[in-house]
Ligand binder design. Structure first.
Ligand code: MN
Length: 484
């Protein structure tokens, strides 16, 4: 995560309490912000803003948050009662993710000392409810985190908010280059590009793949040599066909150059439009994904954007995150497993061991044999996330999975692969995914959890369906979309 991410902390009170009380509010907030800065220094800087005592201050605070490009989100807390009409105009201009911290300056009640002054000063139970009402009344997506601010679980949730807010900010600055269009007859990869930009800020822009082909032909030998050096240092060269690998090196340098020139952070291609390219970009796309570039095959701009956003969310956290395609099953009763892979483009983040560069024919697309990275995948708990367009709204589906070691080697499968087990079991887990309309393209992550995705869904106002050990046969009815 970029260390310059900021979270603006805006406390609430009112000007009826007098200077002494407001000075104490300020002092307590400073202490709280200092504590949060110590705990969150690796993910964000928390910036204390003037206490909201009037509508004017509220507008000024939120305007400042909106105007600061480094600010990814806003934290609010009502130390005292803060009549919520004074928050309306400010909240109406807030576009950044909002965390409502429902906490207190004091952990315990001072039973033997408590008097009216103390109760008036420390009344989040009162003020935060008034504030919660206006958020609900205005229909503002937000996250509520409740508990004493020094408790580990509360800090962990604020930390999660910092990651998710940074990911949302990344999406709002994201341009996805679609080289070629959607794979002609595929439904789930298509949808409303305009709505993606309105809702998530993702700018989905079209370019012909010829742009990359032309750029690739202008590159110097030195540029390609340098990329080959990068491949050699990161991967095992398990082919004699260096020309095929150089071809991929050319594509990657061309794609990198193009994306830099056009401010692009994610892309799609399609094997149905490779005009001017000799191979489908395999190794090139894989190595770009390893650098946090979003990718979707077959024109899948939604998954390309989502993969870039979730890779951003996972920055600084242990584990792998990237695009994955569902392929085939081992249906041994009670031991069912899924093999997830792709024609070529599996992110090397999932490699359990050093990937090999191999060159094999590709039966689809009618082009030359492409170079690709081949490896077996990592193991551990993970999630599988997809985003579908249902015409009148987007839906995120998030399933808990367990990534497992492949039970036997697959020496004749010339692509990278991961394997996983569905939860709560194969029958319910995969049926739920199908009922929910889940795509065969998704983002798999061993770094993120369902809670991260749920927070992303809440903060972006997206419908969410989750599948996991808590999913029952009876739940399947809930996932079924009634006829239109
Ligand atoms: Mn596909």
């Amino acid at each position: 995560m970029a260390s310059k991410s900021k979270l603006y902390f805006i406390p609430g009170s009112q000007d009826l309490y007098g200077e002494e009380c407001l000075a104490q509010v300020r002092k307590d907030c400073q202490e709280m912000v200092q504590f949060l800065n110590e705990k969150l220094s690796d993910v964000a800087e928390v910036v204390l803003m003037p206490t909201v005592e009037t509508s004017k201050v509220c507008v000024e605070d939120i305007r400042a948050a909106e105007n600061d490009d480094d600010c990814v989100g806003v934290i609010t807390w009502m130390h005292t009662f803060s009549p919520a009409k004074m928050w309306i105009k400010g909240l109406q201009i807030l576009r950044k993710p909002l965390l409502h911290l429902h906490t207190q300056a004091n952990e315990r009640l001072p039973y033997s000392e408590i008097d009216m002054d103390f109760m008036n000063l420390n009344q989040a139970a009162h003020g935060d409810r008034e504030y919660g009402f206006i958020l609900a009344r205005l229909g503002i997506p937000h996250e509520v985190v409740a508990g004493f601010y020094k408790h580990d679980d509360v800090v962990a949730k604020i930390r999660r908010f910092a990651h998710v807010a940074a990911a949302i900010a990344c999406g709002r600055n994201l341009t996805v280059a679609t080289f070629g269009n959607n794979m002609r007859d595929v439904a789930v990869t298509d949808g409303n590009r305009l709505e993606c930009e309105i809702k998530y800020g993702w700018e989905i822009k079209y370019w012909g793949i010829g742009e990359i082909a032309s750029l690739a032909n202008t590159l110097s030998d030195a540029e390609i040599d340098q990329k080959m050096g990068e491949y050699q240092s990161k991967y095992t060269m398990a082919t004699d066909n260096r020309e095929a690998v150089r071809e991929q090196a050319k594509y990657e340098v061309a794609l990198e150059t193009f994306m830099k020139q056009n401010g692009v952070g994610a892309f799609t291609d399609t094997f149905q439009d490779l005009h001017g390219l000799k191979q489908l970009p395999g190794l090139a796309s894989q190595n770009l994904m390893a650098k946090g570039i979003g990718f979707g095959p077959e024109g899948d701009y939604k998954i390309s954007a989502l993969s870039a956003v979730l890779m951003k969310m996972s920055e600084g956290r242990e584990g792998a995150t990237g695009f994955i395609e569902d392929y085939t099953y081992d249906l041994e009763k009670g031991q069912e497993l899924e093999l997830a892979s792709h024609m070529l483009e599996v992110p090397p983040a999932f490699a359990a061991t050093k990937p090999e560069i191999q060159v094999h024919p590709l039966g689809i697309g009618g082009k030359e044999d492409p170079a690709r990275l081949v490896f077996d995948g990592v193991t551990g708990d993970g999630i599988q996330v997809t985003l579908i367009d249902l015409g009148d709204h987007f839906r995120i589906i998030c399933a808990d999975i367990e990534l497992v070691k492949q039970p036997e080697p697959m020496p004749k499968l010339p692509v990278a692969r991961i394997m996983y087990r569905h939860k709560p079991n194969f029958a319910i887990g995969t049926a739920a995914w199908c009922y929910a309309g889940g795509a065969h393209h998704s983002v798999v992550s061993t770094a993120l959890t369902r809670e991260d995705i749920a927070m992303f869904a809440r903060l972006t106002g997206t419908e969410l369906i989750t599948i996991g050990d808590d999913t029952t046969e009876a739940d399947l009815q809930k996932f079924f979309t009634p006829g239109r």
